[in-house]
Design a protein around this ligand. Sequence first.
Ligand SMILES: Cc1cc2nc3c(=O)[nH]c(=O)nc-3n(C[C@H](O)[C@H](O)[C@H](O)COP(=O)(O)O)c2cc1C
Length: 329
Amino acid sequence: MVLLCSKNRFLSRLFFLFEPSFDREYEYTLKGRYEALTSRYQNDYSNANLRRCVHRIEKGLFHKYRKDQFGKDLLTELYREVKSLDKFPFVDKNEVDWSINTLTEYKSFSYDQNKVQECIDILTDLKTNEFDIDKSRLEIEKQNPKFSVLSELYHARSSVRYFTEQKVDLSEVQAAVDIAKLAPTACNRQPFSLHFLDTREDIDFIGGLAPGTKGFLENIPALAVVVGHASSFRFTRDRHLVYTDSALFLGHFLPALKSIGLSSCVLNWVPDWNNDRSGVEYLGLDLSKTIICLVAIGHQDMECSSPVSTKKTSGVLLRYKESGETNEV
Ligand SMILES: Cc1cc2nc3c(=O)[nH]c(=O)nc-3n(C[C@H](O)[C@H](O)[C@H](O)COP(=O)(O)O)c2cc1C
């Protein structure tokens, strides 16, 4: 264990070769990857890579400096996914509508308008789910004012990538943390911390290590780095709690920011050995810490719109058993 605590990557690999608690993780990661690479997505009624492609096209459409033509390879990938959709008995209705709307917008910016149209035609002919419990939300909103306030707040939040130059007031972020910390957390441990950066140098360094900041990093006025504390756990079985607990925290934090006029965008962090270590060391932390994700924070540049990012129908997300049968979504 002492040796493991040294900086030796090889020894930690050797240790986990004989440590079975990660086996299930290896299994589902590999099986998941196989499903994704073969576009199978069994029992999902949704194609995750199609969603990713549509999302990337939307980001291109809403880019501050939109190109006249973009997404050549993206369209090839999207086309392949669209053709795989007939494997499903039906496809999530919102996913299909969102894809059609985005592709219709995109058509004139694409390299191959015929291919885009073919995708739209295939999508239009797909069978989608009719039952959508989103409608029950509207009924509950009428009866419960508190639910209605929450609903309005959550609907108002969306990821914002273009900000004004206005500085972010630390006291506002502190106020949002004061609410976000009320989120549930396993054994009340709160195995994470939030590191607020608002100098250009810090933002560019940490943000530059993240893969998804290209094209808008330079206008982010503040960055919150979410750091997971593996040192909170005496057992390897608890390792996922750095992710679940900090995600629950963020689920409170982002709407809290929104409610006081601050916009945000979560930014992906790939736990690449070198980048994660550089980031952790840059923040002056010990190597039992790991970066979970970043959050760009600022005042929205109202001249730039955000992608629509339509979510799945709730009927596809919420599965339940009705008299022994899975709900027919
Ligand atoms: C864990 C996570 C990582 C994300 N990474 C990035 C990123 O690297 N770059 C980016 O522009 N957006 C990123 N996003 C924002 C998502 O693209 C966005 O949440 C999604 O499209 C849904 O849109 P919405 O937040 O407006 O509802 C990330 C979001 C999450 C939750």
